[in-house]
Design a protein around this ligand. Structure first.
Ligand SMILES: Cc1cc2nc3c(=O)[nH]c(=O)nc-3n(C[C@H](O)[C@H](O)[C@H](O)COP(=O)(O)OP(=O)(O)OC[C@H]3O[C@@H](n4cnc5c(N)ncnc54)[C@H](O)[C@@H]3O)c2cc1C
Length: 493
């Protein structure tokens, strides 16, 4: 009889797991509480404007293509490699466009911010080497199984980690290399890739600059939603079953072994279960009575976000696909997010406009603005009044930077915020990536991809190892598949 696996949730970590486990010949069923498959990577049409509701930055597109091709070699995944990584706007009026490729980045940092190009190149080259050494160990394998860890790559990764990555914060390392505070701010921003603070996250995370500046971001043709749509279509085509509007209520187990799932529609027998639900809620809601690994789960949560989806009635040539309007006092902003759990009065505002390259995303002559501010997790703040205040502050900030009152140009609007992120996607307190990476050992303090207590229970998605972001969620699914193969040798292909 075929081994049966039930997957809880349908985010990219779940879809990648479904594909990986289908390749092993398993009978796979996915349960999604929402009406739509895709987790946070879903789209919405708001009065003629199309918006990707969650992620907008897509790196390492080859990972998705490889995933699809591993099930069907005919698959390809069309995307545009962007020539600009981001446009930056500072409060003093300075604007700069940072290109992709380290030589071009170094040139721009020299001409715009007075940085020594040799130093910039040295930094980016070092980060590339760190990335290549650290990725195979900290991202591609389980840190919780010795047999994954033994061998040369571990020693290489650890030696680079201790040399460059652990004893400094991202900000401290960036300040060692760059003299202009604006350059430091540009590199510090990469901590927000996984909802962390550059003043607390270890310098190891500066390897993200390999993705942002050396490789550069990509945009799938047809929008970010194509990531989950294509994975869903392929999985379905190959026999994965999908149940939407069906919430999993409990993970059933007996004598330390998985038995199945209880859902809003009934109970099902399964040999294996993969949870793509936020790891905190997996324990709190689906495993009552099971002792949870409290130390891992009590780590500081990653940030949340407030997003305004604005249909804008005219084009802005000064803006690109990705734009950042920086806060004057970046450190104070992160203190507000992580310490006082408030919105900073002068927030850093990220504006993503997919209609710059995907013309159909907005009516002719108009633009779809995804306007996001990093926010604290929900701890009972009065979000309704906070968000109204934030909206006014963003409008004032953007209107000043763009020399145009933008309020009258907003012709369509919708808002996403921490309470909704919690309610819609079951993200604990609205946190986007589970635990933050706000300490030197954060990589070791994420939940493993398997349960140490229940045989047959696995975990995939951004709230478990290896961490936040689409590429990491895809890697989590690969690790799950490897662990399943190890635990059930008869499944080995
Ligand atoms: C505003 C915003 C911006 C972001 N920007 C980026 C970005 O630019 N780049 C990036 O890489 N990442 C970004 N992220 C994070 C991004 O969403 C993740 O990287 C990725 O999409 C998360 O995938 P996941 O597999 O962990 O699951 P999720 O997408 O979180 O999906 C989990 C799914 O499980 C379902 N579920 C939960 N509990 C149950 C249950 N009991 N029963 C059934 N179903 C259940 C939920 O409904 C949900 O559909 C952003 C997130 C947000 C909110």
């Amino acid at each position: 009889m075929q081994t049966k696996v039930g997957i809880i949730g349908s985010g990219i970590g779940a879809l990648a797991s479904a594909i990986e486990l289908k390749k092993l010949g398993l009978d796979v069923t996915v349960f999604e509480a929402n009406a739509v498959i895709g987790g946070k990577i879903v789209e919405q049409n708001i009065e003629g404007f199309r918006f990707d509701m969650g992620p907008s930055v897509f790196t390492e597109p080859h990972l998705l293509e490889e995933l699809l091709q591993s099930l069907d070699p005919q698959q390809n995944f069309p995307y545009r490699a962007l020539e600009e990584s981001c446009r930056y706007f500072f409060n003093d009026g300075q604007q700069l466009v940072v290109p992709v490729q380290k030589e071009k980045v170094a040139q721009t940092l020299q001409s715009e911010l007075g940085e020594d190009p040799v130093t910039s190149l040295r930094f980016l080259t070092n980060m590339e080497a760190n990335y290549k050494a650290i990725y195979p160990v900290f991202i591609q394998i389980s840190l919780h199984r010795w047999r994954h860890l033994v061998g040369y790559p571990l020693i290489k990764a650890l030696s680079r980690l201790f040399k460059y990555g652990l004893h400094l914060s991202m900000n401290q390392q960036n300040r060692q290399y760059f003299k202009n505070p604006k350059t430091v701010q540009i590199f510090d921003r990469l901590a927000t890739y996984n909802g962390s603070s550059p003043y607390l996250a270890p310098a190891m995370l500066n390897i993200i600059s390999q993705l942002e500046f050396n490789e550069g971001p990509a945009l799938p043709v047809g929008g970010m939603v194509q990531i989950t749509r294509r994975a869903h279509e392929l999985a379905r085509h190959h026999g994965v079953k999908f149940h939407t509007n069906e919430r999993v209520l409990e993970i059933l187990h007996q004598n330390g072994t998985i038995q199945g799932l209880k859902t809003s529609n009934g109970s099902y027998d399964f040999d294996l279960v993969v949870s793509n639900m936020d790891i905190h809620y997996t324990y709190e809601r689906l495993l009552p009575g099971l002792k949870s690994p409290r130390f891992l789960l009590k780590q500081e949560k990653s940030s949340s976000a407030v997003v305004f989806y604005w249909g804008i009635s005219r084009p802005f040539p000064a803006l690109g696909v990705h734009n950042i309007f920086f806060a004057e006092d970046y450190q104070a902003e992160f203190k507000a997010i992580f310490e006082t759990k408030t919105l900073h009065p002068d927030p850093t505002v990220y504006v993503h406009i997919s209609s710059k390259v995907e013309n159909a995303d907005a009516p002719a002559g108009k633009e779809n603005w995804f306007v996001m501010v990093n926010a604290p997790i929900h701890v009972g703040q009065d979000w309704d009044s906070e968000i109204q205040l934030l909206r006014q502050r963003i409008i004032v900030k953007l209107s000043k930077a763009l020399a145009q009152d933008i309020e009258p140009l907003i012709e369509a609007e919708q808002i996403n915020e921490p309470r909704l992120i919690d309610a819609r996607y079951s993200g604990k307190q609205g946190s986007i990536y589970g635990n933050a990476s706000n300490n030197a050992f954060a990589a070791f303090l994420r939940h493993p991809n398997f349960s140490k207590k229940l045989k047959g229970l696995y975990f995939a998605g951004v709230t478990v190892h290896p961490g936040g972001g689409i590429p990491l969620a895809i890697n989590s699914a690969k690790i799950v598949a490897r662990c399943v193969q190890e635990d059930y040798p008869s499944l080995r292909k």
